[in-house]
Write a protein that binds this ligand. Structure first.
Ligand SMILES: Cc1cc2nc3c(=O)[nH]c(=O)nc-3n(C[C@H](O)[C@H](O)[C@H](O)COP(=O)(O)OP(=O)(O)OC[C@H]3O[C@@H](n4cnc5c(N)ncnc54)[C@H](O)[C@@H]3O)c2cc1C
Length: 553
């Protein structure tokens, strides 16, 4: 079987699937390769939320946004790492990609009313409107592919099987409960929301067009002739095949977070337990480096505090839980080995990466690793923790003790310091103001906390006082890295001198992220991934593969 085509796409996460569709619908024949045995990449594990300023979905719902506000917001958070032309491409690209997806695939988007992650910055949106998600998708329309989206071993924590959308859940404003008849319908037709639904909808559109992913097919090297990328070597069933791609190759291979050498070479600080799929080992980065790509944003990742779940595996690796809601709930703080708080615990996860990377210059050691999230029994009674429901029994593997000094002894941290930190915290809670780290000051902070008190600070400020006390170790994790080959607004990869490498494109976490250090809001990774996937696929399809014409793009 020949895979020769106009456009070859490597990777079946959101970036790759959208690139494949865009290339096809712009007139190209497409070959789609996936290294794993299943499709969907980290996207299938994700919440499926996309952050896209100036999107038509928010506009439909009557929410206001403007190009100027969106660019001002990104610029205020850039620290010199955001290329203005890519920020503009992101903002200007939201409407075309969403119009396209809603008209040409089963995906229909809805607003998830989550505040931007830095809502008080210029152009920020405390009411949300930029975070959107696809509605749920019936997997029974995928035929045998329904069982090949992700590894299938994960399930919605509420339903135990099919995934609800974020809008169904309390975080999205829903109740988290679906009436029995509707739930029966969803089970019968395997209706999934979140990232699973997103991949399902994109995959359905691919299959409808005859774009059938070739799984266990790992892109290894780009084929270059006369300075242009004209194909890619792919390892299929253990044999290397050369695939000709007349108009171009789109790298959509995710980040390099699972490659220890690349991590050590590039990331700005410690990152030990990625939450993404383990096939994301930087293959696309290496391919791009080999043909002289200019790199950008290499130090950055979508940082995330996480906790190891002993005895649980995901894709054959240690499973981690993202620690999001727990940090924001009243009655929790995070302390370092000195027993001291060091961060606004309820801040957005990406920004918290900065606290994990802080170096004590005198001791030449990371100040805030290891660290623990500390909470009390009342917190469990009121809210539960991870999968433990409110009032439930905590698992044995979460260290606990009847008193704070005994807990400190278990952790090997100074007992007096931990007691003093908790006493100080309780004073701040009573005063209704975290004068130390500003927890609760931002409209974002309490959003993941106790929504009954939101937007008041009581949504996230709460005393720690009733034993037993608990302390779960936190890890510096990531949803994926976001450094790689630099591109122009079309997703065309640039060489070390800034010229386009004809025929080479990148989208998603493999590319130098268009938002620099920033996680704009919920969906901050998938929004750019679908915009640049769309731009790259469409542009590659329209590219004329002569060296003279290539030089113009
Ligand atoms: C639990 C969780 C929840 C998340 N929720 C959200 C959310 O709601 N919103 C959001 O914006 N982000 C979210 N993220 C992050 C988001 O999932 C990723 O940033 C995003 O999916 C990246 O998309 P991608 O297409 O670049 O990569 P991926 O989806 O990871 O896809 C890359 C694909 O490339 C394949 N590949 C790798 N190397 C090769 C090769 N050599 N040849 C062929 N194929 C290859 C991989 O196997 C993989 O399938 C979440 C992440 C996690 C872990």
């Amino acid at each position: 079987m020949s895979f020769d085509c106009d456009v070859a796409v490597l990777g079946t996460g959101a970036a790759g699937l959208v690139a494949a569709l865009a290339a096809h619908d712009a007139g190209a024949s497409v070959a789609l390769f996936e290294k794993a045995a299943v499709v969907g990449g980290t996207t299938a594990l994700s919440g499926g939320v996309c952050w896209l300023p100036c999107n038509p979905v928010g506009a439909r719902a009557g929410l206001s946004d403007s190009r100027e506000e969106a660019l001002a917001y990104l610029e205020s958070l850039s620290h010199g790492l955001i290329a203005p032309e890519l920020a503009e491409a992101l903002v200007d690209g939201a409407k075309p990609v969403l119009d396209y997806l809603e008209q040409h695939t089963p995906l229909r988007f809805q607003v998830v009313p989550i505040p931007d992650y830095h809502p008080e910055r210029p152009g920020g949106k405390p009411q949300g409107g930029r975070s959107i998600e696809p509605g749920a998708i019936a997997f029974d329309e995928l035929g045998p592919w329904a069982d090949r989206v992700g590894m299938g071993q994960f399930s919605d924590p509420v339903t135990g099987d099919v995934y609800l959308t974020t809008l169904d859940s309390p975080r999205g404003g829903g109740s988290g409960r679906i009436d029995d008849a509707e739930m029966a319908r969803r089970r019968q037709h395997r209706v999934n929301g979140r990232g699973r639904g997103m991949v399902g909808g994109l995959l359905k559109a691919c299959l409808d067009r005859g774009i059938v992913p070739s799984t266990e097919s790992r892109g290894t090297r780009l084929v270059v002739e006369d300075g242009a990328v004209v194909g890619v070597q792919v390892a299929i069933d253990g044999a290397l095949r050369e695939v000709r791609a007349r108009r171009g190759v789109v790298l959509a291979t995710g980040g390099f977070e699972w490659d220890p050498a690349l991590r050590a070479a590039f990331l700005r600080g410690p990152m030990s337990h990625p939450a993404s799929i383990p096939t994301n080992t930087g293959d696309g980065l290496r391919m791009a480096m080999r043909v002289g790509a200019q790199l950008g944003n290499m130090r950055e990742a979508w940082w995330m505090p996480a906790a190891q779940l002993p005895g649980q595996q995901q894709y054959g690796e240690q499973k981690v839980a993202l620690i999001l809601r727990e940090r924001a709930l009243p009655g929790t703080i995070i302390v370092n080995r000195e027993g001291k708080r060091f961060v606004n615990e309820a801040t957005n996860y990406n920004a918290m990466g900065g606290a994990f990377h802080a170096l004590d210059s005198a001791r030449f050691d990371y100040m805030n690793l290891p660290c623990w999230i500390v909470f009390d029994r009342r917190m469990i009674e009121d809210y539960g923790f991870l999968d433990v429901p409110a009032g439930g029994a905590m698992p044995d593997w979460v260290p606990s003790a009847p008193t704070l000094p005994a807990l400190a002894a278990r952790l090997g941290i100074p007992a007096g310091a931990l007691q003093a930190t908790v006493a100080r915290w309780n004073t701040l809670v009573d005063a209704g103001h975290d004068g130390d780290f500003g927890r609760g000051n931002s409209a974002y902070d309490g959003f993941n906390g106790d929504l009954r008190h939101y937007p008041g600070k009581a949504s996230t400020l709460g005393r720690i006082e009733r034993g037993p006390f608990y302390a779960l170790p936190l890890e510096s994790s990531t949803l994926g890295t976001k450094g790689g080959p630099r591109t122009n607004a079309h997703g065309a990869v640039l060489d070390v001198d800034g010229a386009v490498i004809p025929g080479l494109y990148a989208a998603g976490n493999v590319m130098a992220g268009p938002t620099g250090m920033v996680y704009g809001g919920a969906g901050g990774t998938l929004g750019p991934a679908i915009v640049f996937g769309f731009n790259a696929g469409r542009h590659a399809a329209q590219r004329v593969s002569t060296p003279e014409a290539s030089a113009l793009v």
